[in-house]
Design a protein around this ligand. Structure first.
Ligand code: ADP
Length: 316
């Protein structure tokens, strides 16, 4: 089973002086179980694309198959749309702004209730979702969302989506606006949700260092088109073309490239874990165990401070 997008094009305000072509000739196939990162500069069409995936934008041309649900232009099938919305869960940017009920429990229950499930099933799903996002169900269920911290609110909003048990989870810039600790927590959460809730995950991000930590595939959007859909090690050899699209290559790749230029070839590296593993393999086969690797990896990911690798983070 897969998501298959063929020749998708979309224009905002067509036929008016404000017409804006946002997508043009998108062909994309996503297998069930994929962990896809969608990378692209602001305005490249990422959001317009994902809005199509659960029918929030009416198809103008092309076709989209989401497993056994087929979308084509001018097809009016409310049942398909309903099924689609239950299949593809969408976590928008700053989803906490959409919390509106007076208790966490009611907010998380909103989606599953609309699926027409029994009260018993709704209750079961709400509890499971709240626990899955790492919150203490008994403590938080009766609290008002506005009392919670930013990170907690975001978790509650995500719980509201996964309580619908979507087969596909789509997240638009899920770490936007969070501090480094909050970001880390959300990234761990996404990995857990993929394992325990929604096997297919699509994440929009403009942060290449973040996206390469979890995604197994990256699709690059540029100017309403799929610019690259390559294995990551090949993608990051295209640094000049990516730069022309306003995108960087991951820091770990830049470090590996610098080392290669100095005669140290670490092989294929796309993220911090790869980099650390490659260094350990090359220089210290015997003296490091998995815990040390994990520590090193965590430390070197603190690139923002520029302290990792003795300041190399700031230079590369
Ligand atoms: P991204 O998510 O990559 O930032 P978008 O899909 O939001 O890109 O936007 C793609 C293009 O469509 C941009 O040029 C943007 O200005 C335009 N666009 C987005 N939303 C609208 C809208 N509601 N009306 C008109 N143009 C829009």
């Amino acid at each position: 089973m897969r998501i298959e997008v063929k020749d998708l094009a979309f224009t905002y305000s067509p036929g008016t002086p404000f017409a804006k072509r946002a997508l043009d000739g998108i062909d994309l196939s996503i297998e069930e179980g994929d962990f896809v990162g969608i990378l692209g500069h602001t305005g490249s069409g990422k959001s317009t694309f994902i809005l199509h995936l659960n029918g929030l934008i009416k198809l103008q041309s092309g076709s989209i198959d989401v497993f056994d649900i087929k979308l084509v232009p001018d097809k009016k099938n409310k049942q398909d749309l309903r099924k689609l919305r239950g299949t593809v869960g969408m976590v928008f940017q700053y989803p906490e702004y959409q919390l509106f009920e007076d208790t966490v429990e009611k907010d998380v229950a909103f989606g599953p209730k609309n699926l027409g499930l029994s009260q018993e099933e709704v209750d079961r799903r709400v509890e499971r979702a709240i626990r899955l996002v790492g919150l203490d169900f008994e403590d938080i269920r009766g609290r008002a969302p506005f009392e919670l911290s930013g990170g907690q609110k975001r978790r509650v909003a995500i719980a509201g989506i996964i309580a619908m048990q979507p087969r596909v989870l789509v997240l638009d810039e899920p770490t936007a606006g969070l501090d480094p600790y909050g970001k880390e927590q959300i990234l761990e959460l996404i990995t857990r949700l993929k394992k325990e809730c929604s096997p297919t995950v699509i994440v929009i991000s403009h942060d290449v260092d973040e996206i390469t930590r979890f995604a197994s595939r990256i699709v690059v959007f540029n100017d309403g088109r799929v610019a690259f859909d390559l294995p990551m090690n090949e993608l990051f050899r295209r640094s000049e073309e990516l730069a022309a699209m306003g995108l960087e290559i991951p820091r770990a790749v830049r470090i590996a490239d610098k080392l290669r230029a100095r005669g140290i070839d670490l092989g294929d590296v796309v993220n911090a874990d790869d980099l650390v593993r490659a260094i350990v393999r090359k220089f210290d086969k015997n003296n490091m165990d998995e815990t040390d690797i994990a520590k090193l990896s965590a430390a070197q990911f603190d690139f923002g401070s520029g302290e990792a690798f003795g300041g190399a983070g700031g230079e590369v």
